[in-house]
Design a protein around this ligand. Structure first.
Ligand code: IPE
Ligand code: IPE
Ligand code: MG
Length: 233
């Protein structure tokens, strides 16, 4: 890789269409997508990424049919019951961004347990964006800042770096690269602030079709790009 990638984000898209192509229900695609999370997270850890952020459920995904939403709600339990011990062995730390409050208690418990069991791990941080939306994150940050001003904790003046402390990604390095699977070329409300200068890489492969090898090729494509940040190189 030409430039070191520290933080990569993925919009895991195309599960439903991939399943439909095989005359299967959309949930079949989500089921296979779970195993793919394991494969890609392990590959990301092996190449030395510090953080991998996966878009798992957006603030807009509640609009889907209730059966599909319910199916998605129990996938964290499926994922962690299959793979938590392996994530521990690989020293991977689990975190989430997004508002977990509207999730069923069982889903929250599984996520909170995974976060606490892996909290002391020192390898890659695997972040699941769950009920996450970039606009929601920015509105929450603005509210939290306004409250700090009201409470006298801050003055009415803020820099970009200070504002980042109000974002859900405050503990992570900047996002270097965002990958979207399934051929769509849009952000769908993912990491709106953080992707301002990230490289964007798109693949026609659906999420369940992506392999570790192809993922590493996409990382290489992203790291070869010349990043200018508005200046001249
Ligand atoms: C991504 O696959 C998974 C989630 C958004 C939860 P989709 O479910 O969006 O699959 P397509 O894009 O409809 O094929
Ligand atoms: C983005 O995919 C959300 C996740 C991958 C979790 P969507 O499938 O929801 O996005 P749109 O509807 O195609 O923009
Ligand atoms: Mg989609």
């Amino acid at each position: 890789m030409n430039q070191t990638l520290r933080h990569v984000a993925i919009i895991m898209d195309g599960n439903g269409r991939w399943a439909k192509k095989q005359q299967q229900a959309r949930t079949f695609g989500h089921f296979h997508g779970v195993d793919k999370v394991r494969e890609i997270a392990i590959a990301a850890n092996e190449v030395g990424l510090e953080v991998l952020t996966l878009y798992a459920f957006s603030t807009e995904n509640w609009k889907r049919p209730i059966e599909e939403v319910n199916y998605l709600m129990q996938l964290p339990a499926v994922f962690f019951s299959k793979f938590l011990s392996e994530l521990m062995e690989k020293n991977i730390r689990i975190q989430t961004i997004g508002d977990l409050a509207p999730f069923p208690e069982a889903t929250k418990t599984v996520l909170v347990n995974a976060i606490s069991s892996t909290a002391a791990n020192t390898g890659m941080t695997l972040v699941f964006a769950m009920n996450y939306g970039g606009r929601d994150e920015l509105v929450r940050a603005a509210k939290a800042y306004a409250e700090d001003v009201r409470d006298g904790k801050r003055t009415n003046s803020i820099t970009e770096v200070e504002f980042e402390h109000y974002l859900m990604t405050r503990d992570y390095p900047p996002v270097d690269l965002c990958i979207r699977t399934s051929g769509e070329q849009r952000l769908s409300n993912f990491l709106l602030w953080q992707l301002a200068y990230a490289e964007l890489v798109f693949t026609p492969l659906a999420w369940p079709e992506l392999t570790a090898k192809e993922f590493v090729e996409l990382l290489n494509e992203g790291s070869r790009r010349e990043r200018r940040f508005g200046g001249l190189v």
